[in-house]
Design a binder for this molecule. Sequence first.
Ligand SMILES: C[S@@+](CC[C@H](N)C(=O)[O-])C[C@H]1O[C@@H](n2cnc3c(N)ncnc32)[C@H](O)[C@@H]1O
Length: 411
Amino acid sequence: MELDCSSYPEFCRNFEDYRRSLTKQCQILEVPCPDEHAIEVSYQLAQRVSQQIHFHGKIPFSEFMQQALYAPGLGYYSAGSRKLGVSGDFVTAPEISALFGKTLALSVQQAWQHTTKNILEFGAGSGRLMCDILRQCEADSCLPDTYSVMEVSAELKQRQQDLLRKELPHLYSKVTWLEQLPQSFDGVMLANEVADAIPFELLMQTEQGLTQGFVQTDAQGFSLTFTPTDFSRGWQKRHQDICQQWPDGYLAEAYNHRSDWLSALLNSLNQGCVLLLDYGYEEEELYSPYRPQGTLQCYYRQKKHSMPLTLLGLQDITASVNFTQLAHQALDSGAQVLGFTSQAQFLTLSGIERFVAQDDDSDTMSSASIAQQLQTLLMPNEMGQNIKVLGLSKGFSGTVSGFNSLGKHTV
Ligand SMILES: C[S@@+](CC[C@H](N)C(=O)[O-])C[C@H]1O[C@@H](n2cnc3c(N)ncnc32)[C@H](O)[C@@H]1O
């Protein structure tokens, strides 16, 4: 059922009011204003979310985030903005350097010695990682039997297909885009910076106890309200236990949707392994007293801030991954933990130096120097330590060199 215009909150009742509200947000954030088309898409999304809030009174933060990122045709990942890469809002490892995908290809090939030669990549972004892996596998005469992609964004799926057609047209038929998880998959599953894009809840410790974040509207825009909810069951119960130590005002995220995602993924894995790479921590470090504001971050044109209710549908919203929770979920789903380490350790032990020596690939390298790319991928204050790699397996007797280390972290 549609609302009539007068029922929308003032800030999105008409296009001009919405443009003013968005312009003000840009001034506060000190970022350039979006173009007319982007404002129009954001305006439609604001009306859609306002309507949802009108019917429910308020919606959980995770639902707001789901709409902001994935509302069909309107959300950040579903509409046409540039998103990834230096000309977009943020960069990921495959966008920085082909060295990343080439090195992952070595790990995948190693894993194939103990499983079927298939790859299933989740959230393939621009398609860059897929192309780099396929190119390396071809160079090593070790192409996969199948390469499948699970991508929730129709816009990104199109971009992945265009990139593959442009760069490796002869391998196009190897790749299949799936609409749903396979019933039974044998091979290697990959997900780079996917878990951190899956919606989460916000929690705050207060004098009344633990509260959950909901989004509501007022005349000026969207706002957050924290209210006590039933923490006696389900994911809430788990957090009630974790949060006991938190002082009043402590803000954090809860990641139940990510556990559900992992559980579905592992249900689909019959035999083989999974490599999950993402910004994140072990639970104790994630919910430490030194992180009283949580880890939520938004990205718009390379500017990082923590105001998720602004720039609706025009910015990425993300938060660190709780790797301990994912590892526990894996064990509950009948999988084993193959290893857990930093990206720097993983890439180094997997043999990234092999490619540094042969600087013969200028067509696939970005214009930045190899040294700069390596620095971003490996240095502790950049992706090297901030991104972790969690390896999971089912019925898999092999090893992956990236995890072979005395200094290996536990999770
Ligand atoms: C931050 S981007 C990372 C893209 C790419 N992996 C890279 O490293 O450049 C997140 C990607 O995950 C996708 N995504 C989010 N949730 C997903 C899900 N549940 N299943 C599959 N893809 C998902 C997004 O559409 C997007 O392609």
